[in-house]
Design a binder for this molecule. Structure first.
Ligand SMILES: [Mg+2]
Length: 306
């Protein structure tokens, strides 16, 4: 099997859906409430926190909050009602919701590179994800067969190997974790990437601010998808960044904490993929002769210039 990430091979890009590519404009919560009430026969009084969580986990959390006994049959009823609700209300969602600015253009720009396979990594049920993306014309360019969904696992990080396996089977090509890039808007997306060894491009288009996403560990944070080429650069640079930064981390750690304490800006200041100036320490990538910089502003090791 070929290995992705080498020259001419592919990077697996896994998009989060809600608040990264699109928003339902409140229709999503209304459909959740309707499906919950029809499935359980009880009024929705308190919903579990939804941000970054998978649909089955949200449902179980809500059932628990309302002291309703959970059963797989109850969940199946809810899932069927929710999926049907999205289809029935797609027109209303199209009116009240929106594709986020730059989403379609960024998917198209990544497709045009010929170097990526794109799908989703989402807490949504697959039928719901399909309806959301189709409603806003965002499904072209995404191979939804190789995505990972809320029904695959409660833990978001565990969805990464699911998608990698599906992509490997379909494309007969290995997608190592370092050739897998998540794009998402919450600290949960960042954590899923960090825990699974994938790369993360965080987009501050949801509730989380850029600072919150950086603090969660994202080395690359974009304000939005407005600049499609910034995303393309971040995706295509990410494997190089990953391997360089890992080597550099080893090197810097070996040199010791005195180096980590350097707090001056370099004369020739490196910039990260967003064009933002980096505060960084200089160094040489072990065994390669490459000169590079390692960020030391708390954003981690993810962005390197060589
Ligand atoms: Mg999201």
């Amino acid at each position: 099997m070929r290995e992705a990430g080498r020259m001419g091979a592919q990077t697996l890009v896994l998009w989060d859906v809600d608040h990264t590519l699109m928003e339902t404009g409140g229709v999503g919560f209304e459909l959740f409430r309707t499906a919950f009430e029809q499935a359980s026969g009880q009024q929705l009084i308190q919903a579990a926190d939804v941000t970054g969580r998978t649909e089955p986990a949200i449902f179980r959390g809500t059932v628990e909050l309302q002291n309703i006994p959970y059963s797989p049959a109850l969940y199946d009823r809810y899932a069927a009602l929710l999926s049907a609700g999205y289809v029935a209300c797609a027109g209303e969602m199209a009116q009240r919701g929106r594709a986020l600015p730059g989403a379609a253009e960024t998917i198209a720009a990544l497709t045009q590179t010929g170097k990526v396979v794109q799908s989703v990594l989402t807490g949504n049920l697959r039928p719901v994800a399909e309806t959301k993306l189709q409603t806003f014309g965002l499904d072209a360019g995404l191979d939804l067969d190789v995505g990972a969904y809320g029904t695959d696992d409660d833990v978001r990080a565990n969805l990464v190997p699911v998608a990698r396996r599906r992509a490997a089977e379909k494309y007969q090509m290995d997608f190592p974790a370092r050739a897998t890039v998540l794009i998402g808007d919450t600290p949960s997306d960042v954590q899923a990437a960090l825990d699974s060894g994938a790369r993360i491009i965080a987009v501050a288009s949801g509730k989380s601010t850029s600072d919150e996403l950086r603090r969660a560990g994202a080395a690359v944070v974009l304000p939005s998808l407005h600049d499609a080429q910034a995303v393309v650069r971040a995706v295509l640079n990410s494997e190089l960044s990953s391997s360089l930064s890992w080597v550099m981390k080893t090197q810097v750690d070996a040199v010791g904490p005195a180096v980590l304490g350097i707090d001056e800006l370099l004369a020739d200041q490196p910039r990260d993929v967003t064009g933002a100036a980096m505060r960084a320490v200089p160094g040489q990538v072990a065994g390669s002769g490459l000169q590079g910089w390692r960020r030391h502003d708390g954003a981690g090791f993810g962005t390197m210039c060589a």
